[in-house]
Write a protein that binds this ligand. Structure first.
Ligand SMILES: [Zn+2]
Length: 178
């Protein structure tokens, strides 16, 4: 571990004002999806977008996902030279189908590669990215309507980093009920 690559890592989410509520919720162990409120649509999508990818309405809101999913497809990665993945191989990069319908790129953990099966029941879990990294504490640019999803979240108002900061967690999936 030396040279410029040692300072760089490729597993960090790109967090902005729009996605901050998603990462705040993840830090509390909740997976958010986006649901369209347009009449006649109601579609849920993931990854989060500001417009509904089904009808292009901007009337889209955060909603807590059930957390259940089934395994759609996966690839067991044995080699990845990008830090920090080299230290993590082998791992199961996967696409899961959320109970709400959308598919999500993620990782399946706590399951031997040979036990992975299409359609197997999974449940969301949350993994720290790095002990030193914390989740965003409050919406940085409210006013686009997306920050309202975070208002009801407990403990948001007093969080300014420091003592109130929660570790940055990323959603992964593990076998359900085992
Ligand atoms: Zn829609």
């Amino acid at each position: 571990m030396s040279g410029p690559a040692a300072q760089q890592r490729f597993d960090l989410p790109d967090i902005d004002a729009f996605t901050a509520p998603y990462w705040q919720a993840a830090a509390e162990g909740r997976l958010l999806v986006r649901r369209c409120r347009a009449e006649g649509c109601g579609a849920v999508h993931h990854y989060p977008r500001e417009f509904c990818p089904h009808c292009w309405s901007a009337d889209v809101d955060w909603e807590e996902a059930d957390g259940r999913a089934t395994l759609y497809t996966w690839s067991v990665v044995h080699r990845n030279d990008l830090p920090p993945f080299a230290a993590r191989v082998p791992y199961a990069a996967a696409v899961v189908e959320l109970a709400e319908g959308p598919r999500m790129m993620t990782e399946v953990t706590d399951c031997p590669p040979e036990a992975l099966r299409t359609g197997m029941a999974l449940r969301v879990a949350f993994r720290p990215v790095d002990a030193a990294l914390t989740a965003p504490t409050a919406p940085t640019a409210p006013g686009d309507g997306d920050a309202k999803g975070a208002k009801g979240a407990k403990g948001m108002e007093g969080m300014e980093g420091g003592e109130g900061a929660r570790p940055l967690l990323v959603p992964v999936f593990r076998p359900a009920g085992e």
